[in-house]
Ligand binder design. Structure first.
Ligand code: GDP
Length: 201
């Protein structure tokens, strides 16, 4: 899929205020510093797109972009922010979870994980919650250029092993490098295929 147009639609404080759900939607989430802004910029070929959602006041909002007049790209706030107080963190995580549970046009969530990091409890608990609640999601391992192929596979395998303890089938896995601009085509193809599938339903 070629990206022909991307426009910022709005930032919403909760799922109830998101734009009308008339397009399939793909949301990006991950811990802060995972490389989410870089990946969104690289995917859409817009150097400063994610700056909009990263600007002061917007990092805790649900940010909608319309791509090719046919699907929404959603930049979600990071979950499990280490810097927030416990109360703030749970309020914030609840907002993301409400969005994931209630947004009817959510086609898929992209869960970003830094390929250098082995699974930690915050990620595993969130993954468990996604599975239990039937949220459609796939993995994107980011910053693939930072490790060699063997180390990359090691991290991916350790996730697979952990997840196999609870799940019979595992979600799709993508690997990207925003710096080298690799992996984008696979993700865009996945989105195009899913859009087609949804249209034929
Ligand atoms: P965000 O907080 O998840 O939006 O993360 P950013 O996109 O701001 O990236 C956090 C840091 O990781 C920055 O210093 C980026 O330059 C770096 N980074 C992001 N993506 C990549 C990548 O694919 N490769 C490498 N080597 N560094 C990356």
């Amino acid at each position: 899929m070629q990206i022909k147009s991307v426009s910022f639609i709005k930032s919403s404080p909760n799922v109830g205020q998101c734009p009308e759900s008339k397009f399939p939607e793909y949301a990006f989430v991950g811990r802060s510093n995972v490389g989410k802004s870089s990946l969104i910029n690289s995917l859409t070929n817009k150097k400063k797109l994610a700056l909009i959602s990263g600007s002061p006041g917007k990092t805790r909002l649900i940010n909608h972009f319309l791509v090719n007049d046919g699907w929404y790209l959603v930049d979600l706030p990071g979950y499990g922010y280490a810097k927030l107080s416990k109360a703030e963190k749970s309020k914030f995580d609840a907002m993301i979870k409400n969005y994931l549970l209630e947004r009817e046009n959510l086609a898929c969530l992209f869960l970003l994980i830094d390929i250098r990091h082995d699974p930690i409890d915050t990620d595993l608990e969130f993954i468990q919650w996604l599975g239990t609640n039937g949220v459609p999601f796939v993995f994107i391992f980011t910053k693939a250029d930072k490790v060699g192929t063997i180390d990359a596979e090691k991290t991916i395998e350790s996730y697979k092993t952990k997840l196999s303890e609870s799940w019979e089938s595992l979600p799709l896995i993508f690997k990207t490098s925003a710096h080298k601009r690799t992996g984008n085509d696979d993700i865009l193809k996945f989105i195009a295929d899913t859009n087609k599938l949804l249209k034929s339903k």
